[in-house]
Design a protein around this ligand. Structure first.
Ligand SMILES: CCCCC/C=C/C(=O)SCCNC(=O)CCNC(=O)[C@H](O)C(C)(C)COP(=O)(O)OP(=O)(O)OC[C@H]1O[C@@H](n2cnc3c(N)ncnc32)[C@H](O)[C@@H]1OP(=O)(O)O
Ligand SMILES: NC(=O)C1=CN([C@@H]2O[C@H](COP(=O)(O)OP(=O)(O)OC[C@H]3O[C@@H](n4cnc5c(N)ncnc54)[C@H](OP(=O)(O)O)[C@@H]3O)[C@@H](O)[C@H]2O)C=CC1
Length: 278
């Protein structure tokens, strides 16, 4: 996707993109890198990262890639220190790593719940705190962009991730206030359904349902999300903080991914009938 931004927009800056080995993360790393930033990417699978690093390097982007599971504080601390040593002080952090699995709320196991909350809420906080303390707060400059999901009306079918992403959305607001004094702006991006290696793992019929229920009648692209992230990471968004930006073709306002069962509603309690008589 051709960029609308000036070619040297991020010249001299270092950007960390978690989950930068694929999908939205790789598109974001490519976009920021092509706009001049040095790029650090992490993920759990080293082979995926190596392939992504090669792709970025072929485009002339200086890149540091290393395995890091964002759920593990020790791995996060080591990765964040390595970025400083290899590339310098980071001014941009894109918390993109995350994921979950479809489940009904009544069947999700305690371990399944915990795995998803750790992945999307704990991991995002660990990375943000570590980058802020080592890079952004001492430099008095930082832009954090958290990739969440469309949780405006809950997240039926994925209760664990809905709760975790809502946690990140609230954290976004808190950190925007606490860290304004350090010139660290914190925003969130909430993608609707975006065609990526991630959504390729979901049943095609679920994706088609989402497309039909999206007012703009299509799925988004990783490049479109990357452009929004680039704006929020740039100086053009200097006065923007604590805000969630939906990029979903209108889906947070209208359209449902969850079919409510066509069951007989329960009779109302007696008090409701009595009040109706008055
Ligand atoms: C309409 C579509 C909308 C789509 C919108 C969103 C799209 C995206 O987010 S795209 C990104 C897509 N990628 C993913 O979502 C994959 C991410 N998944 C993972 O990274 C991992 O599976 C994990 C972090 C969610 C869990 O990994 P891990 O901690 O290693 O978990 P364990 O294997 O140890 O299992 C713990 C616990 O969780 C249960 N579980 C794990 N995966 C699944 C699954 N796919 N389905 C059902 N249950 C799962 C697992 O069974 C364990 O529970 P117990 O069995 O009770 O021990
Ligand atoms: N595509 C969509 O429709 C939507 C996506 N999102 C969110 O956007 C983000 C990007 O997703 P997308 O690009 O579509 O999918 P991908 O599956 O391609 O990207 C997810 C990336 O996160 C990395 N990752 C996951 N868990 C961890 C972890 N614990 N530590 C480090 N890295 C991790 C994965 O790498 P590895 O497996 O190597 O660890 C992978 O590169 C995710 O948070 C996703 O949930 C939100 C709403 C909709």
């Amino acid at each position: 996707m051709p960029s609308i931004f000036r070619k040297d927009l991020f010249q001299g800056q270092v950007a960390i993109v978690t989950g930068g080995g694929s999908g939205i993360g790789l598109a974001t790393a490519t976009t920021l890198g092509e706009l001049g930033a040095k790029i650090a990417i992490c993920g759990r699978k080293k082979e995926k990262l190596d392939a992504a690093a090669e792709t970025l390097a072929k485009r002339g982007i200086e890149v540091f890639a290393d395995a890091c599971d964002i759920r593990e504080m020790e791995q996060v601390t080591a990765f964040v220190a390595a970025v400083k040593e290899k590339l310098g002080t980071a001014s941009v952090l894109v918390n993109n790593a995350g994921g979950q699995f479809p489940t009904t709320a009544e069947t999700v196991s305690a371990r399944g719940w915990e795995a998803v909350v750790r992945n999307n809420l704990n991991g995002t906080f660990f990375m943000t705190q570590s980058v802020a303390n080592l890079h952004m707060i001492p430099a008095k400059r930082g832009r954090v962009v958290n990739v969440i999901a469309n949780v405006a009306r809950g997240f039926p079918g994925m209760v664990h991730t809905g709760a975790a992403r809502a946690g990140v959305e609230n954290m976004t607001k808190t950190l925007a206030i606490e860290w304004a004094q350090y010139n660290v702006q914190v925003n969130a991006v909430a993608p609707g359904v975006i065609r990526t290696s991630g959504t390729d793992q979901y049943p095609p019929e679920l994706l088609e349902l989402s497309r039909e229920r999206t007012p703009m009648k299509r799925l988004g692209t990783a490049g479109e999300v990357a452009q929004l992230i680039a704006y929020l990471a740039s100086d053009a968004a200097f006065f923007v903080t604590g805000v969630t930006w939906y990029i979903d073709g209108g889906a947070h306002l209208w359209g449902d991914n969850w079919i409510i069962a066509d069951a007989e509603p329960p009779p109302p309690p007696a008090i409701v009938a009595e009040l109706a008589k008055e």
